[in-house]
Write a protein that binds this ligand. Structure first.
Ligand SMILES: Cc1cc2nc3c(=O)[nH]c(=O)nc-3n(C[C@H](O)[C@H](O)[C@H](O)COP(=O)(O)O)c2cc1C
Length: 420
């Protein structure tokens, strides 16, 4: 009998082979407790791509890129999730043009030289059987700001009086664009209204970045159309007061985001996700009950928007909220955004929907999927605290999943459950 520490076949270095993939359910023949698998650990196939569980790492800006290029920080940060049991990782907001970065150290995919460091990360993640996507973005009127830790304390209270990254700080406050010349808040840059020609250039840039995603080998793209960034800011009558074909009616306010998403869909045949903010939490009703006029952005328009996304062939809507209205009042309780995901799911039962926002407990996450409120869950802050959350969640829900070979000894009770 020979015992060979097998490597992943067909790759350019030795990486130990995990069988099954890290985070996949172990065979029920060896693990009788796996006869019944919780929803969180049931595979999901979207457009031919199979995610071995439904736990996603939500995109998290790291403010750590080198002129838009991923660095060893990203390799360690993202690679660390791939070795710890998730179904997929979505890389952070990645700007399609330099002026679409939130901060000077944001990620980008506007140049071919940005492909190689991403490809290295993608290859490593794939070697563990995990799927990886990237969130393509344009920060709009929230661009040219400083890294979050310069602006905010860890509880998100303000640290500085202004958030703008000035030219001498690597910023571009004179090239910040928005639907209209409306600042997000006095601490942010004063934006210029983007011209129709510039809109088309951004649409093209989304398409070109999607081409680069192919070269990097990503499994999915998520378009960032949430949190008050450029695409989302076109949705809302509070930030978009244009009088051309991109402002006014709901149809007009959806036009630019739909054009950008359509362009990506045209060049990208793998799964395409869109993150939206399903409400901006503004005061008062979304629609004037007497005149029918839309007053702010909310769930009723989001439902119409998602219907259009579905027609374009979008494969999953990642349902977030907020970020466009400075006076937003959010009651941040566990699962505070799930009712919005649920409303979209009810409207489009056959469209995969993602839930995100203060999902921290395995039973909580499992309940959203079991009750049909969403199809996947994304976690951000809890993964910072507990990178092994997926394996720990499996343990809590009573299912045995594969830990990375090198980490199995940290979970002896899971191994101990094995009996032929
Ligand atoms: C450090 C950090 C960076 C983030 N960056 C992004 C981002 O790049 N794109 C995005 O859509 N959301 C971003 N978010 C929001 C998260 O993806 C997530 O939607 C939000 O934190 C709520 O989920 P949570 O309660 O699990 O943290 C970020 C959150 C954190 C904590």
């Amino acid at each position: 009998m020979t015992y060979i520490n097998k490597g992943v076949p067909g790759i350019d270095q030795y990486i130990t082979l995990n069988e099954p993939d890290v985070g996949a359910v172990l065979p029920k023949e060896l693990y009788p407790q796996n006869a019944e698998v919780p929803m969180l650990f049931k595979p999901l196939t979207i457009r031919g791509v199979t995610f071995h569980n439904r736990i996603f790492v939500s995109p998290m800006c790291q403010f750590s890129s080198d002129n838009g290029h991923a660095t060893d920080w990203h390799f360690v940060h993202i690679g660390g999730f791939a070795t710890r049991g998730v179904g997929a990782v979505c890389m952070e907001a990645t700007a399609v043009v330099p002026e679409g970065r939130i901060s000077p150290q944001d990620a980008g995919l506007w140049a071919d030289s940005q492909i190689a460091p991403l490809k290295r990360i993608v290859n490593f993640v794939h070697a563990h059987g995990v799927k990886i996507g990237v969130q393509l973005s344009h920060a709009g009127r929230k661009a040219s700001t400083t890294a979050s830790w310069l602006r905010f304390n860890s509880d998100r209270t303000a640290k500085t009086a202004k958030y703008i990254a000035e030219a001498e700080e690597g910023g571009w406050p004179d090239r910040v664009f928005a639907p209209s010349e409306i600042q997000f808040s006095p601490e942010y840059p004063k934006p210029k209204a983007i011209s129709e020609e510039q809109i088309q250039a951004v649409v093209d840039a989304f398409g070109q970045a999607a081409e680069r995603c192919k070269a990097a080998g990503f499994d999915f793209i998520e378009i960032h159309a949430a949190h008050g960034y450029l695409l989302h800011s076109f949705n809302s009558p509070l930030s978009n007061t244009r009088t051309d074909q991109y402002g006014g009616s709901l149809e007009n306010r959806l036009r630019f985001p739909l054009q950008a998403i359509e362009r990506v869909r045209a060049v990208w045949d793998k799964p395409l996700f869109v993150r939206i903010s399903a409400t901006e939490w503004a005061e008062g009703p979304e629609q004037d009950p007497t005149t029918g006029e839309w007053k702010s952005w909310g769930i009723e328009q989001s439902k119409i928007y998602v219907g259009e996304l579905k027609k374009l062939g979008v494969d999953l809507v990642d349902c977030s909220t907020g970020g466009n209205w400075i006076k937003q009042k959010i009651t941040s309780v566990p699962g505070y955004q799930v009712p919005f995901a649920e409303a979209l799911k009810k409207t489009y039962p056959d469209l995969p929907i993602g839930a995100v926002g203060m999902i921290t407990e395995p039973e909580q996450a499992e309940s959203y999927l079991r009750e049909g409120k969403a199809d996947i869950v994304s976690l951000a802050r809890e993964f910072i605290r507990q990178p092994h959350w997926a394996i720990l969640a499996a343990d809590k829900l009573g299912v045995a999943v594969k830990a990375a070979n090198q980490y199995e000894r940290g979970f002896p009770h899971l191994i101990g459950a094995r009996h032929p």
